[in-house]
Design a protein around this ligand. Structure first.
Ligand code: SDX
Length: 437
């Protein structure tokens, strides 16, 4: 980061000594005011619950311009990566900072392929769950449990351990998500096949059975691969910040990623795609397009807690570029499957049109985000609603790992330990129970 020649001065109306705060510039995006010495010099904290105005780290991985609706992975626009690269290229880019050349691509693909199996003991861990357990409950458990199988590589401060853990997590997430799905529907687990691509392998582990040869549909494989690319990383979102904070204690990479899985589960975050599809189905049940107006009224009603799921974003105050690409993918998949008249897709497009013309959404700069269309396309791919967020976690694992490794590799990093504004009781003494009111 580059020192700005502009300084910030903090002064106090009670005559307390003013303080000069350095400002730093990034390569693009907002400058930062360095407050690291604030408490030592003033005895005061900053106050920013939700971190709306707080940069928690210095990163070179992903950049979002919320006003332009722009998303860059290592400087490459998401539109170019989603149409010109595949997910493993994107993983390589996020992990190492550059797109792979032909040899690097071949070596990386081979390395990941050779780590797609999980220890057979994992099957017995799964059997401890009810068959109807939510897949995110299963995934939170399975990912955390991985650390129990790799005692040889859990030292997060060892670069070689970080490297092999990254490969193992990227390689095994599709296998674990497919196992969680098969366990839930009572079908046998399908082992990965080394001759298949990453995404073709996932689709086969999800939908093949031992009873017949599985023939994958290249359009659907390409669609799931694009879904992975679109969800791979997204700056310091809630789950990535969770992974960074968790990893800052020095815990092993598997435990830190498991914390990210748990955070992503929430409906305000990665759980929004499941919530968005359930919302569309509810409107459909209530009467479809004719009922959109009534639904929007409920969303705008301050007394209701109804939100338009898949809309709005902390950073994007323009169209989420991933939502545009997801809508295109949705259209391609529905066309390929002969479902162009899919009522939910038509309903989603009507809802989007109405919302984008409504003052409530326009005034608040609420646009569709990545989750608005992803549920429809995943449903068309045959993925059950309860598995949507697990797919999101599969894709975001590479982003979490890249962000975690960036933090750990920074010699200046410390364990994260935010402070607070305390508004509770001042010191008081315990009274004998007989004397209590
Ligand atoms: C993801 O951070 C990331 O990058 C996340 C993510 C990633 O890739 O990691 O992009 C993935 O999580 C996408 C977001 C998925 N969530 C949803 O679609 C759930 C619905 N969206 C909202 O819950 C909300 O928009 C958030 C949580 C996404 C963002 O909320 P903010 O930034 O805290 O904004 P806010 O809640 O303060 O909203 C500002 C106003 C409020 O109204 P007023 O108080 O001004 O009257 O907008 C309203 C909100 O009530 N609002 C909505 C709304 N989202 C915000 N009103 C109706 N429907 C919505 N979806």
């Amino acid at each position: 980061m580059t020192p700005s020649n502009v300084k910030a001065t903090l002064s106090f109306s009670d005559g307390s000594p003013a303080m000069e705060l350095p400002i730093y510039k990034g390569s693009i995006g907002p400058d930062v005011i360095d407050i690291r010495k604030l408490y030592a010099q003033t005895g005061k904290f900053t106050y920013d619950p939700g971190f709306l105005s707080t940069a928690a780290c210095n990163s070179t991985i992903t950049y979002i311009d919320g006003d332009k609706g722009e998303l860059l992975y290592r400087g490459y626009p998401i539109e170019q990566l989603a149409t010109q690269c595949d997910f493993l290229d994107t993983c390589y880019l996020l992990l190492y900072g550059e797109l792979p050349n032909a040899q690097q691509q071949k070596d990386f693909d081979t390395l990941v392929t050779r780590h797609t199996m999980v220890n057979e003991q994992m099957q017995f861990y799964l059997r401890g769950f009810r068959r109807d357990a939510h897949p995110m409950a299963v995934m939170t458990g399975l990912v955390g449990a991985l650390s129990a199988f790799y005692h040889d590589s859990t030292d997060i401060h060892n670069a070689k351990h970080r490297e092999i853990s990254a490969i193992r997590l990227i390689a095994k997430m599709p296998t674990l998500v497919a196992m969680a799905y098969k366990y839930g529907i009572g079908q046998p687990f399908i082992y990965p096949r080394n001759e298949l691509s990453y995404s073709a392998n996932f689709m086969r582990m999800m939908f093949a059975t031992p009873c017949e040869e599985y023939v994958s549909n290249p359009v659907l494989v390409r669609a799931i691969d694009r879904i992975f690319i679109l969800h791979a990383d997204h700056e310091q979102n809630a789950s990535t910040s969770t992974v960074r904070l968790c990893g800052s204690s020095g815990t092993n990479p598997f435990a830190a990623i498991a914390a990210g899985v748990a955070c992503l589960w929430g409906p305000a975050h990665g759980g929004a795609n499941e919530a968005a599809l359930n919302m569309l189905k509810e409107i459909q049940r209530e009467g479809g397009v004719e009922k959109i107006g009534e639904f929007i009224k409920r969303v705008k009603d301050k007394n209701s807690t109804v939100k338009l799921m898949g809309f709005g974003h902390r950073v994007y105050k323009n169209y989420d570029p991933r939502a545009k690409l997801m809508r295109e993918t949705c259209h391609e998949v529905l066309e390929a499957l002969g479902l162009h008249d899919d009522p939910l897709f038509k309903l989603a497009m009507s809802l989007e049109k109405i919302a984008l013309e409504d003052e409530y959404f326009v005034a608040r700069k609420l646009y569709p985000n990545v989750d608005f269309y992803s549920g429809i396309v995943q449903s068309a791919l045959g993925i059950p609603v309860t598995l949507f967020t697990a797919i999101f976690a599969l894709a975001r694992t590479v982003g979490w790992i890249a962000q975690l490794n960036e933090m750990i590799a920074d010699p200046e990093y410390k364990i994260g330990r935010p402070r607070q504004l305390y508004a509770g009781s001042v010191r008081r003494d315990v009274l004998p129970i007989a004397a209590r009111a």
